[in-house]
Design a protein. Sequence first.
Length: 292
Amino acid sequence: MAGEPQKKQHLSALVGHTNGLTKPTCLAAAAGGRTEGGGRAAGGGAASKKLVIKNFRERPALPDSYTQDTWKKLHEAVRAIQSSTSIKYNLEELYQAVENVCSYNASPTLYKQLRQVCEDHVKAQILQFREDSLDSLLFLKKINKCWQDHCRQMIMIRSIFLFLDRTYVLQNSMLPSIWDMGLELFRNHVISDKLVQNKTIDGILLLIGQERNGEAVDRSLLRSLLSMLSDLQVSVAAVYLKWQEQAKKLHSFLILLFLVRVKKMRPSFLCEVLNKWLTRSEIFLLSHGMLN
């Protein structure tokens, strides 16, 4: 019949049987032309190529003025933090700038520059406490505000220079961390000043005396100042000695001496004695001083 050759030609276009499925001739030819490794046979066309990315043989050199320009940007940011003004640079950008400088072995210089700008700022704070017109309470509020501002500033500065703090500083045990550096600077240039230290201790003792006499005092201010002395590792012995000198009642001093000798006293009885004879501020002072 005339239709039989056409039928055979149509069936001959189907080759290869897999699970009852047939593949067109073009697909079978394409599959057959591939090797087991995913390439093509010698006559099947070009083999596939792998793209290999290699590291730079040499680290790209920084521009000559990069370190100076970066420090200028970081210095402006630190000064903005210290003056409580807005920073015109993104914090992530500043952090990345610190990381870039440290990656090119400029960490020692960066640490010295940061310490110097922080020290200059702390030194300038002492001038506001040399005014004789400040009364005791106003002086305490002023020193407390200066301390709180200093802590807030050092936290923000450390967040920018965190890469420096966790790499170069951490690897050099002789260097204080950025936070400890801030404490050291405040202790050396502010609280260690004889005038400032004496007025601070006298003001604290005045508040304790007012509390003992039943007057209302700012306990949060008192607690913050005592914590400041503790954080700065200022010897509480100086506070205690003046406290001892100002004690008007003999039993106050005798109780203190008694408590030193009875550290193994039953806790409930010790609390009863403390609550009966001492104010909260005196208990705080005693626990951070004589009993340590």
